[in-house]
Design a binder for this molecule. Structure first.
Ligand code: AMP
Length: 421
């Protein structure tokens, strides 16, 4: 019987690649933390209705990509395809808007699921780190969010980074623009099905269409930027100025609409030159209407981003960035006599309790094989547990780089090695 294979589009990350993955994820979260975004954990499973209402009926995500099923209790549930709707739901459900101290700033990391056609950089299960800042209209917050994502990507090692920014205006601005754009689209009677089918729900999706010929059609389309109200325009100008002040090179992209329906005003995407078709490593924007869309009785604005961990690791690889080479453990315990296995196990435990990453050999290997394993582990030191040393209550510590060794009292080993000697 063959071993069942992984689900198509659901990647395995094993060492050493998993180390790069972990480092990228931690770097993103650390940059969020530096700006005061606190980690939250929200469910992978949500009611399907949350995404239908919160992501938008016109989106690819909701129309074709959700992993939706009916559970044993007859409820329609969906594996989360994105993070914002769930985080906002959790905040509203906890009554955050009444607890004061706005904006609330949350960060998350976890797995997301979309039934897309798998290809390089596009998976059915992937990991995102995201931030959401809720309850403020301040353009400084938009600038902060954009900047934190930029710095997080740069700190992760992405050099060839481009920031595309657009202003989607307010929902009221969009109603007028939708009519103008639909009137333009009316002039073409052979629109591809993905555009024809959705343009009355949200004609902006036409800018995202990959159907042949659509690019040329949209090149002459009226632009949302010409239909933005004065308040949203001022807001955007303030965001751009703050980002320019911080030296962020940004590209205005009047056709950037992104895949989710709920964005208002600021919308942005981080792209990497070295990646091919899937060159967006992250993106986000303001979503001032989302809370109301979810049934909240009053306006509760928000702004956030999501960065793709998998795709960032691919971008780093494509750019030839060196993978992290930190060792798996710092110390390897070598047992010179089978009768001393319990002693060696005790030494390893002592070291681990002192915070020293330690491994030891299993299955009764020869001393030679154990030293080979010690080298492979990347450990800087071996601790040898042998009969003579054991009789003296000691161990031998060998520096695996220089070969120098010395005997020390067993009880001092943890302290000595924790100090890095
Ligand atoms: P989105 O939630 O669509 O705004 O995506 C934000 C980021 O998540 C993207 O820029 C990607 O880095 C990552 N991402 C989105 N969808 C996928 C996918 N199917 N496979 C891998 N990464 C993805």
């Amino acid at each position: 019987m063959a071993v069942p294979e992984a689900v198509r589009g659901a990647p395995d990350w094993l060492p050493p690649g998993a180390r790069a993955f972990d480092l990228v994820e931690r770097t993103f979260l650390e940059h969020a933390r530096l700006a005061g975004y606190e980690r939250v954990r929200v469910p992978v499973l949500e009611h399907t209705e949350l995404f239908a209402r919160g992501v938008g009926a016109s989106t690819d995500v909701v129309q074709k990509e959700m992993y939706t099923f009916v559970d044993q209790g007859g409820r329609s549930l969906t594996l989360r395809p994105e993070g914002t709707a769930g985080v906002v739901r959790a905040a509203l459900q906890a009554g955050v808007p009444r607890s004061g101290g706005l904006p609330v700033k949350y960060a998350y990391a976890g797995e997301f699921f979309r039934h897309e056609r798998p290809q390089a950089g596009r998976q059915r299960q992937f990991t995102q780190v995201g931030v959401e800042a809720l309850g403020s209209d301040d353009p400084v917050l938009d600038a902060e969010v954009v900047l934190v994502g930029w710095e997080a990507l740069r700190a992760a090692g992405v050099d060839d980074l481009v920031l595309r920014l657009n202003n989607l205006g307010d929902r009221e601005d969009r109603a007028e623009y939708h009519a103008v754009l639909n009137a333009y689209l009316d002039r073409f009677d052979d629109l591809p099905p993905d555009v024809a089918g959705r343009r009355h729900l949200n004609p902006l999706r036409a800018f995202d269409s990959k159907a042949p010929g659509m690019r040329a059609i949209m090149a002459d389309a009226p632009l949302l930027g010409d239909h933005i109200g004065p308040e949203a325009a001022r807001h955007h100008a303030a965001v751009v100025e703050l980002l320019r002040d911080q030296g962020l090179p940004l590209t205005h992209d009047p056709r950037l609409v992104r895949g989710l329906d709920y964005y208002t005003r600021t919308t942005f995407e981080y792209q990497v030159g070295a990646l091919g078709a899937q060159n967006a490593v992250g993106g986000g924007g303001r979503y001032d209407g989302l809370a109301e869309e979810l049934g909240w009785p009053e306006r509760f604005p928000g702004v956030g981003w999501a960065l793709g961990v998998d795709r960032t690791v691919l971008a780093l690889r494509a750019a030839g960035a060196a993978a992290p080479t930190d060792a798996r453990v710092a110390v390897y315990v070598v047992v010179a006599d089978r009768g001393l296995v319990a002693d060696a196990f005790a030494v390893a435990t002592q070291l681990r309790r002192a915070g020293v990453a330690t491994d030891l050999a299993f299955d009764g290997r020869s001393v030679r094989a154990q030293f080979k394993a010690a080298d492979r582990s990347g450990a800087s030191h071996a601790v040898v547990v042998g009969p003579d040393e054991a009789a003296r209550g000691a161990v031998t510590v060998r520096d695996l780089r220089s070969g120098a060794q010395r005997e020390i009292a067993r009880d001092d080993a943890a302290t000595a090695l924790a100090a890095g000697s």
